[in-house]
Design a protein around this ligand. Sequence first.
Ligand SMILES: *Cc1c(COP(=O)(O)O)cnc(C)c1O
Length: 504
Amino acid sequence: MKYLSTRGDGTLRGFSDILLEGLAPDGGLYLPTHYPQIDSAMLKRWRGLPYAELAFEVLSLYIDDIPPADLQTLCKATYTEAVFGTPQITPLIALQPGLYLQALSNGPTLAFKDMAMQLLGRLFEYELARRGEQLNILGATSGDTGSAAQYAMRGKRGLRVFMLRPQGRMSPFQQAQMFSLQDANIHNLCIAGVFDDCQDIVKAVSNDLAFKRRHRIGSVNSINWARLLAQVVYYVAGYLQATRSNDERVSFAVPSGNFGNICAGHVARSMGLPIDKLVLATNENDVLDEFFRTGVYRVRSSAETHATSSPSMDISKASNFERFVFDLLGRDGARVQALFGDAVPREGGFSLSAAELAPAAARHGFVSGRSSHADRLATIRHTWQTHGEMIDTHTADGLFVARQHLQPGTPMLVLETAQPAKFAQTLVEAIGIRPEPPAALRDIEHLPRRFTVLPPQVEAVKHFIEQHAAAATAATAATAATAATAATAATAALAEPTEPAAAA
Ligand SMILES: *Cc1c(COP(=O)(O)O)cnc(C)c1O
């Protein structure tokens, strides 16, 4: 399997070449040259496979430059009951006949991002060891991505993580989760500023190409193809659990922000997995719902981006969306370049004609909807009172919109993207009960914390990276040890806000 860019660069690259890359050199996103087809015989063979084996089967269709035995070992090490809480890894919970939650949030950080990030950590470690290279991951986050990345990369050889966060703008639980990591290769940098400051600093550092090359700076954001690929697996797993025969179809409802989760659904459907509808759910930040209703893609400004009670979906533009538009427009790279390389940066968006938009629903199965804070509260309350299930605010967005698209005879699987304990305050507002985190995490808020406060200045962050980064070539054990001891540990308490602000 080879990969190409959505913006017309047709240079064919292997999986291992794009694994450690972010954007393609022309600014586009990587996609496979074609989607391998899943046929009925394959589905039959896959029924009953443990999740890790299923992951190996699906990944093997897209990865031909890692020896199969190694890939299998990586999958088996990643998808274990010890890490994901259940032997099924993504079990279905029946709410009523034909309506299920698919649990994706039983990983270490209690959000679905662990599903892909845990595998990515192992793939990165494997590939870096194979090349004798090191990688310094730099990112900005105020949502779940950062902690999922840190939990996936902690203790991994060849990898260091520098994660920037706005000081004080996280829930107490999120802070505890991130700052309690004691691993020497994980650096929490609290920036005395807001999320935009963090993102600007990451951009500035990444734009300094000499610095980037010298320190081998990489990223783990949601545009990484390997993350998307790992997510395709749970669509297959959900399908196999909800059906008995391969003639049956199911629909998926997906709480969406950056279009990463549902893009994996689009890939699964394009591979021939019998999916009827892909139901895209947004919160008040409805960039994507607007697109699927009208064909208008209008990026929002920061001022127009609402801070909602489902904060991981508070996005102003959807970074993975370009992949779908590439497929929607018949893989016309020049057109995608004109839309995303030109119209989006210059005019803040674009609009497709009705004829161009039509295949989104007719051919690709997309429908959409949005929900409000009141809708989430009502959905959380109803689900608790009627079904005895506590759901988080993001899953509530998905379930609310899913209910508008139920069709008799077609099971609907709502992807459960986070645990309610992460958003305890809204749960209290909805049902008057504070959800408990899983036992293993209950004491997390009392653990010692490790972070460094830096001013919102590019130079300060560069200086910190210089002091703590792994060398561009294989670092000696001595270098790594020095970096570890030099790591600054701070224990001051941070201001604790109510709920987290914007997502990353
Ligand atoms: C990241 C996230 C989302 C949005 O997923 P995308 O892939 O960005 O569309 C939804 N819910 C939760 C809990 C998340 O962490």
